[in-house]
Design a protein around this ligand. Structure first.
Ligand SMILES: [Zn+2]
Length: 456
C-alpha cells in the first residue's frame, strides 16, 4: 500500500516541503489510518481501510506521473475530464501520464450528469482502457468511480475542487430513472489533491465543501439520538478522525476563499477523511443524517425551473436548520410524544403514488405507533440525560454555524439556494419520511416541536 506523503514515509521531491514541515507522525490521523496504524477509539484495534494513495500537496505540478506510477494502472489509461477541468488540470495530467502509458483523453460535455446513460457512454469510451483517471470533482468522480467498478477496473482521481466528501468513499451518487441513488462502487486507488488547484476553484464549490463538512456536528447528534433511543450501532472513529482538522477550516473560514493553502489543506483532509469514515462505518451514517434528508427532499421536489445548486450549498442551509431543531428540542426538555398520524395514502398524496409508497416503506420502520408509544416514552425518559449530554458535546452551536457560514459567504437561508421559505418549510417537515434513518426531525415532529419551528 502506498502511504500518504504527509506521513514522511514516502520520500519524494522538494515539492513536498509542506509534508516535511508538518509534525506528522504523532497525530496525523490520515497518515496513520492509511498505514493501518490508527487505533479504533471504540475497541483499540487498528482500523484497516482500502489501500488508497493519498497525496495532498501545496502543488502537484511536475509530480503527476510520480504519484501515479506506483499504482501500476496498466498500458492504457483513460483520463476523464470535461472542458473546464481539462483546462484547469486535465491537460497537465494527460501530458504527464503519457510518460507512463498510452493516454485515452475523454472529455465529457460540461452539462454531463452522473446518470445511468452517461455511465454507459463512459464505459463504452473507456472500453480499451486498463484504468480510469478522473480529473474533476462531484460528477466526474461519481461517473468514473461507478463506471470503473462496473468494469472491474481501477480508478484514481485528481481533484479539481474541494466541493464534496465523496473522493475517498466507495459509493457513487448516480441518477437512475430520475432518482438519485447512492450505489456501491469501488474505492479509488489514488486521491490526488493539488491545494493550489483546489484554492483556485470557483468560490461556490469551496463553500459547498465547507457545507458538506460542517454537517459533521448535526449528523453526529442525529446518529447519537438514534443510538440512544433505538440502539443503532454508533462509532466514535469517524468523528475522532475529523477532530484534528476541524479547527483548521472552521476557525478562519474566510481563509479558504483567500487562497490560504493551510486552511485548504485542513478542508481537503476533512473531505478525504469524511469519505473514509463512511467506508469504516459501512454506510453514510457519520456524514448524512437529517440535514441530508432535507437536501434530498430539495433534490427530489424543487421546481424544475430552479437554478442548479451544489449539494454542499444545500447541506449548508440544512445544517443550520438541523442545528436549530436540535437546540430547540434539547432546550424544551423531556419530549412529550404523540403517535404519528401519517398514513401511506397521505404520503402518496404528498409525494405521488410510487414515491409515496416507497417512502411509506422507509417510514414504517421508525413510525411511532400507538402500541409502541408507552415503551418508547419510557426509553426516552430513561436515556434523556445521556442524550442531552452526548448531543451537547457533539454539537456546534447555531450561532457558531451561522457565523462560519456567513464569514465564508455560504448560503444560510432558503432564498440563497433558490427556494421560497414556504417550499423550504415543506422540505423540512417532510424530509423525515424519505428514509428510515431516525433523526431529530422524527423526535421533533413526534413531540410537536417541528410544527412550532416550521409551522404548516
Ligand atoms: Zn453530503
Amino acid at each position: 500500500m502506498r502511504q500518504s506523503a504527509e506521513d514522511g514515509v514516502v520520500t519524494g521531491t522538494g515539492v513536498r516541503e509542506a509534508a516535511a514541515k508538518r509534525s506528522t507522525t504523532a497525530r496525523d490521523a490520515l497518515a496513520r489510518l492509511l498505514r493501518s496504524d490508527w487505533r479504533d477509539p471504540d475497541g483499540g484495534a487498528p482500523i484497516t481501510v482500502p489501500a488508497i494513495a493519498v497525496e495532498i500537496e501545496r502543488s502537484l505540478s511536475g509530480m503527476e506521473a510520480e504519484v501515479v506510477a506506483p499504482l501500476h494502472l496498466g498500458r492504457r489509461i483513460a483520463v476523464v475530464s470535461d472542458q473546464t477541468t481539462r483546462t484547469v488540470l486535465g491537460h497537465r495530467v494527460e501530458s504527464a501520464l503519457s510518460r507512463l502509458s498510452t493516454i485515452l483523453p475523454i472529455v465529457l460535455d460540461a452539462q454531463s450528469h452522473a446518470d445511468a446513460h452517461t455511465v454507459k457512454m463512459l464505459r463504452h469510451s473507456c472500453a480499451a482502457a486498463d484504468a480510469l483517471v478522473a480529473v474533476g470533482s462531484g460528477t466526474i468522480n461519481d461517473l468514473c468511480k461507478y463506471a470503473a467498478a462496473k468494469d472491474g477496473k481501477p480508478y484514481a482521481v485528481f481533484a479539481t475542487a474541494p466541493s464534496m466528501n465523496g473522493y475517498a468513499s466507495k459509493n457513487a451518487a448516480i441518477t437512475v430513472d430520475g432518482h438519485k441513488q447512492s450505489l456501491p462502487a469501488a474505492s479509488p486507488v489514488g486521491v490526488f489533491m493539488d491545494l493550489a488547484v483546489l484554492s483556485a476553484a470557483p468560490a461556490r464549490m469551496i463553500r459547498a465543501g465547507l457545507g458538506d463538512s460542517l454537517c459533521r456536528s448535526t449528523a453526529q447528534a442525529d446518529w447519537l439520538l438514534s443510538h440512544h433511543l433505538l440502539g443503532t450501532p454508533f462509532r466514535v472513529a469517524p468523528f475522532a478522525l475529523l477532530a484534528e482538522d476541524e479547527p483548521g477550516w472552521m476557525n478562519e473560514p474566510e481563509a479558504l476563499l483567500h487562497g490560504d493553502l493551510d486552511a485548504m489543506r485542513a478542508l481537503a483532509r476533512t473531505l478525504v477523511l469524511s469519505g473514509l469514515g463512511m467506508t469504516i462505518c459501512d454506510g453514510s451514517y457519520p456524514a448524512s443524517q437529517g440535514e441530508h434528508l432535507i437536501s434530498h427532499y430539495v433534490d427530489m421536489f424543487a421546481p424544475p425551473s430552479r437554478d442548479t445548486y451544489f449539494h454542499g450549498e444545500q447541506v449548508a442551509v440544512a445544517t443550520l436548520t438541523m442545528a436549530r431543531i436540535q437546540e430547540h428540542v434539547l432546550g424544551a426538555g423531556l419530549p412529550h410524544l404523540q403517535p404519528s398520524s401519517m398514513t401511506c395514502v397521505e404520503l402518496q398524496r404528498r409525494f405521488g403514488f410510487d414515491i409515496g409508497e416507497a417512502c411509506w416503506r422507509e417510514f414504517e420502520a421508525k413510525r411511532l405507533t400507538q402500541n409502541a408509544l408507552p415503551n418508547f416514552e419510557a426509553r426516552v425518559a430513561e436515556t434523556w440525560s445521556d442524550i442531552a449530554r452526548d448531543v451537547r458535546n457533539a454539537m456546534i452551536s447555531v450561532e457558531r454555524i451561522h457565523d462560519v457560514l456567513k464569514r465564508a459567504g455560504c448560503p444560510t437561508v432558503a432564498a440563497d439556494i433558490g427556494l421560497s421559505p414556504e417550499f423550504y418549510a415543506t422540505a423540512v417537515r417532510n424530509a423525515r419520511f424519505l428514509r428510515n434513518r431516525y433523526t431529530f426531525l422524527d423526535l421533533a415532529d413526534d413531540s410537536g416541536l417541528l410544527a412550532t419551528v416550521y409551522p404548516t
